[in-house]
Design a protein around this ligand. Structure first.
Ligand SMILES: Nc1nc2c(ncn2[C@@H]2O[C@H](COP(=O)(O)OP(=O)(O)OP(=O)(O)O)[C@@H](O)[C@H]2O)c(=O)[nH]1
Ligand SMILES: [Mg+2]
Ligand SMILES: [Zn+2]
Length: 295
């Protein structure tokens, strides 16, 4: 049996890369029966069915560290959350949700403020201040003029890195510049084509710095209902130094008496925007849990 990394998936066919070669593989029938599908990023055990045509048959998938639905990829190490201040307009709510989604999957995240050429310096500084203590490294780039892109080589580890964020923020432009390819289509036209093709099921790992990058086309939503309300409060690094002082051990920092987090927000020690959105996200995820349980 051979072993390799699934680097591409297109309509039920998987490219599996071994140290020396690449094979086009089909998954075994039993997977389909179980409703299980190999994903890009999977480590696959496969049988070679045709050595000259380099074809194979996937027999087994190694246990995954994590797996995402959008993009459909497994064993993700890092997420780069790409956004811009202008065009598209800053969406802090989406940024916060993507940080939380990454945490929930044990993925380290990096914030990339792209389109710095279109941003006002004061606004840029404010946004950097807002996220200063969230626990993510922040990098400011201009993908169009390839400005500051070398910072990526310092913050992306080997392994699998997913680029996510608002549609039009420049993910594909960044990825093309980093991989020195034109692998990803960019611009408005690309978005129309992508939607038409329903690319949500198609995925590709692009080699970068000894690891791989994955694009998430047209991504602009994440459902807070997918987060567990009780887990969210521990995913804010900003709260860490205060929460042990809260009067109640199980304080949710929403409206409790003697809450040290609320006090820190009042004293401007925690950014009010991050805190207000925390309350919104917490309540939305609690509401979703109630609906799931039916009480
Ligand atoms: N001015 C400026 N334009 C940029 C920059 N980065 C990307 N663009 C432009 O912004 C548009 C959208 O970029 P894309 O790379 O397609 O954006 P995307 O995030 O991949 O968008 P989706 O695939 O829809 O999610 C393109 O016209 C790019 O040329 C930048 O740093 N500055
Ligand atoms: Mg794109
Ligand atoms: Zn509290």
């Amino acid at each position: 049996m051979e072993i390799g990394l699934v680097t591409k998936s297109v309509s039920g066919q998987y490219t599996v890369k071994t140290e020396k070669d690449e094979y086009i593989c089909k998954p075994r029938g039993l997977f389909r029966k179980d409703g299980f599908k190999p994903l890009c990023g999977d480590i696959a055990e496969f049988e070679i069915t045709d050595i000259s045509d380099k074809e194979g048959y996937i027999q087994k998938i190694k246990e995954r560290k994590n797996s995402l639905i959008r993009p459909p990829v497994a064993n993700v190490d890092t997420s780069v959350i790409v956004f811009s201040i202008n065009n598209p307009k800053l969406d802090e709510f989406l940024i916060d949700l993507l940080i939380l989604a990454s945490r929930a999957h044990k993925i380290q995240s990096i914030l990339c403020i792209n389109k710095s050429d279109l941003a006002d310096d004061d606004k840029l500084r404010l946004v950097m201040k807002e996220y200063e203590k969230c626990g993510c490294e922040i990098i400011v780039t201009d993908a169009l003029h390839e400005d500051n892109l070398d910072r990526f080589s310092k913050v992306i580890s080997s392994g699998i890195t997913v680029f996510a964020g608002q549609s039009g923020a420049g993910k594909s432009t960044l990825i093309n510049a980093l991989t020195k390819t034109k692998s990803m289509q960019t611009g408005i036209l690309s978005r129309k084509i992508e939607r038409g093709k329903n690319t949500t099921r198609h995925c590709q790992l692009l080699p970068y710095m000894g690891g791989y990058i994955v694009d998430t086309p047209g991504f602009s939503k994440f459902d807070p209902g997918l987060l567990e309300p009780e887990a969210i409060k521990d995913m804010y690094n900003e709260f860490d130094e205060y929460k042990s002082v809260c009067k109640f051990n199980d304080c949710k920092h929403i409206n409790e008496k003697g809450c040290a987090v609320i006090k820190a927000v009042e004293e401007n020690l925690i950014p009010i925007g991050r805190y207000n959105r925390y309350k919104m996200i917490y309540n939305m995820s609690k509401e979703a849990l109630k609906n799931r349980r039916g009480y």
